[in-house]
Design a protein around this ligand. Structure first.
Ligand SMILES: [Zn+2]
Length: 275
């Protein structure tokens, strides 16, 4: 290889690296410089789906003991079963989100075959989401501003007729949370209609801690998502883990801002410059 060719290759490589760095720098800068209140290094939201009875039979009591507010994504029919408990949760300052009217999911879940997303239309979905909000308002006196996708699924229809219902969520709610994600939310980048939700069910504190510490390196927002709040069982966020987590989050030296999804979403939106 001639010297001239070597020089050209080195020069060309340097130009490519410079282009790449300049392209990703704004993205990196957005999260690294995002300022949480009071110099906190990470935002953390606890969220729980389905208005399971255990949430108001033991879960909210534990959170209230530590003054921590969570987001509960409910359907109205489940709220009716423990109406007093849910009214108390609202009075304690917990956020109530919408988790649909009938919890439609893919018909591959046999329990969802009679309300399968594959058979839904966007119109039916929108109507039911509005109805759910109206019913929740009638039951609890609050109108949900956040939504959690049942089963984390964001589509209606099938094949070439499949449609995303994310745009409906973006138009009706200030935020929408999905499910079983691996990455936290980057406040400078995240689509608020598809916030990620990291599972808290079945995990010990030792499994949750690295998720938080990793997110802290880049000032990210972790939204944990669970179901039952109990000592053990299927789809259960264990109260023992939760107690350690809220104690850790409340300790100022850990620099964590723990707040409901809606509170953090509003804070980010108020600070974000339009993209
Ligand atoms: Zn659900």
């Amino acid at each position: 290889m001639s010297n001239a060719l070597r020089v050209f290759i080195v020069f060309f490589s340097l130009v490519c690296i410079a282009c790449l760095l300049s392209a990703i720098a704004p993205v990196l800068a957005q999260s690294a410089t995002f300022a949480w209140p009071q110099g906190k290094k990470i935002a953390l939201s606890l969220s729980f789906d389905d208005a399971r009875n255990s949430q108001v039979e033991g879960g909210t009591a534990l959170l209230d003991k530590y003054g921590v507010k969570a987001t509960f994504y409910v359907h109205p029919s489940a709220v009716e079963k423990r109406l007093d408990g849910w009214k108390k949760a609202v009075a304690s300052g917990h956020e109530i989100g919408n988790h649909s009217l009938n919890h439609p999911c893919s018909g591959n879940f046999l329990w969802a075959r009679n309300k399968a997303l594959e058979e839904y239309s966007l119109e039916k979905m929108r109507d039911e989401l509005v109805q759910a909000n109206q019913q929740i308002k009638a039951l609890l006196g609050v109108t949900p501003e956040s939504f959690a996708y049942p089963c984390g699924q964001t589509f209606v229809g099938r094949g070439v007729d499949t449609r995303s219902y994310v745009p409906i969520i973006a138009s009706l709610f200030t935020s929408g949370r999905t499910w079983l994600n691996e990455a936290p939310n980057d406040p400078g980048y995240a689509d608020f209609a598809q916030l990620t939700g990291v599972e808290s069910d079945g995990k010990d504190f030792a499994q949750i801690l690295p998720i938080i510490e990793d997110a802290k390196k880049n000032n990210l927002w972790v939204v944990l998502a669970g179901h039952e709040m109990n000592t053990e069982g299927n789809q259960t966020t264990r109260l023992a883990m939760l107690e350690k987590l809220v104690q850790y989050a409340n300790d100022p030296k850990n620099e964590i801002w723990i707040a409901p999804v809606g509170t953090i979403a509003k804070y980010i939106q108020a600070k974000k410059t339009p993209r």
